[in-house]
Design a protein around this ligand. Sequence first.
Ligand SMILES: [Zn+2]
Length: 455
Amino acid sequence: MSHTLLIRGADVILPTGPARCNILIRDGIIVDTDAAATTTADEVIDADGLVLMPGVVDPHVHFRDPGLTHKEDLFTASMACAAGGVTSFLEMPNTIPNAISQARILEKLELGRLKSIVNYGFYIGATPDNIDELKHAHRTPGIKIFIGSSTGDLLVDDQEALERIFGQTTLPICAHCEDETTVRANRARIGAENGGNWRVHDHSRVLDVRAAMITTERATALSEKYRHPFHVLHVSTAAELEILRRPSTVVTSEICPHHLFFNTDDYDRLGSLIQMNPSIKSREDNEGLWAGLLDGTITLVATDHAPHTLAEKAAPYPKSPSGLPSVENSLALMLNEVNQGRFTLTQLAHWMSDAPARVWNMLGKGRIAAGFDADLVLVDMNLERTIENERQFTKVKWSPWAGTTLKGWPVRTLVRGTTVYQDGQVNTGHRGHEIQYDLALGGYYGTSNGGAGRS
Ligand SMILES: [Zn+2]
C-alpha cells in the first residue's frame, strides 16, 4: 500500500537554490517539489521556520565494524549519522579482517543490513596482489588505496602495483596520499634530533607537507595517464591545491572539517585528540584550504570519522593512534559557518550531498528533486547548542569540538521518508538500505548537468 508524506512550509534547498515550497513524497521517493500546501497526504510535517536540505552523504568514514567494535560499530555510528543529518555513508576497508575481497564486502553489507539506521556502502581495499578481486568487485562504490599511512596488507607503494590497479580496473579509485619514504625519513631524522623524546606536535613534521604533495602528484598523474576517475581523500595542505587546480575531467578531491578548523597551534590545547593522518597543518594551510573549497578547487566535504577511545588516545605519542570522531557534528560545524556568512546553504548542499553522490555514481541520492530518495534533513538555523562529550552518539563519547557552541543544527533526519532522528532521539528500530551505484553515470564530470534520480 502506498504511503504519502507532505513536508510543508520549509525553505527548501533545491539544486538551483532555496525556495519556499512543499515537498510530496510517495513510498520514500520525492515525487513533487512544488506541491500545493493543501495536498492531502497520509502524514504531514509542518516545517515553518526550518530549512530542508538533502541528507548528508558522507563518503569517507571508518566505522570499525567488524573487528574493532570496542571503538565503534555500525549501530552506534549510524545513530551518530542520524543525529548529525547524515543519511548515507561510505565506509573504508581497514576493518578487521580487511575488506579486500568480494566475500568481505558481502559480509559487511550483511552487517549494514542488520545494524545500520541510515544507508550504507563499503569500499574494497587494494593490496599489492588482489587485482583480480578489484577487477570483479561489485556492490561497492570503488577502490580505496592507502598510498602511505597504513601498515600490513593495505599499503600499496610499489609503482608497478599502482599502474596495474589504475590500468586494469574500472571502479573509481580513491587514495590516502602521503609518501611513505618521506614519512620514514622524517621520522628517523626527527627521532635522532629529539633523542626519542617525542611530543605530538612532531606528528605534523613527520607527516609533513612534502609527503602529501609527492603522493597527490604521483596518484593524480596515474589517474590522468589511464583516464581513470580518481578521488584525492582528505586534502590537508594548501600546496596540494596547485595540483588540483590543473584542469581535469577525472580528478576530484575532498576536505575534512578537522583540516579546515584545526592547525598546529591547537596541539597545545588538544594534544593527540587532533592527531590525524594526514596530519593537521598550519594556520596558513587552513586559510588556503578554505579558499580552495570556496573557489571550487576542492569538490566536496567528508569527515574521515575515525574514532579511538580516550584511553587509547592517552598513550604517549607516537603510541597514540591517529583519528578522531566527527560524523555527528560535521553538518553543524558547516551550518555555523553559513550563519557567519562564509558561504550559502546551496553551496553546502553541493559539497555535502550532491557532489559525493555524483563522485560515487549513486542512484537517487544527494538532491531534493523528483525521482530522488527522500533522504532529508530539517535544520534550525537559529538553534544554538554546545557540543558535549556525554551527548555524543559515537561509542567513544568524545569530540575534539567539545565545549564549542555552534549556531545551526539538524533537528530532524529522514531516510526514504522515515524519521530516523528528531529532537535528540534516534529511531533505533529503523534500518537503512544498501546504496546502489551505476558506473554508466560517468562519475562527477559525467553528471555535471544533474545527479541521477530513479525515473
Ligand atoms: Zn580515512
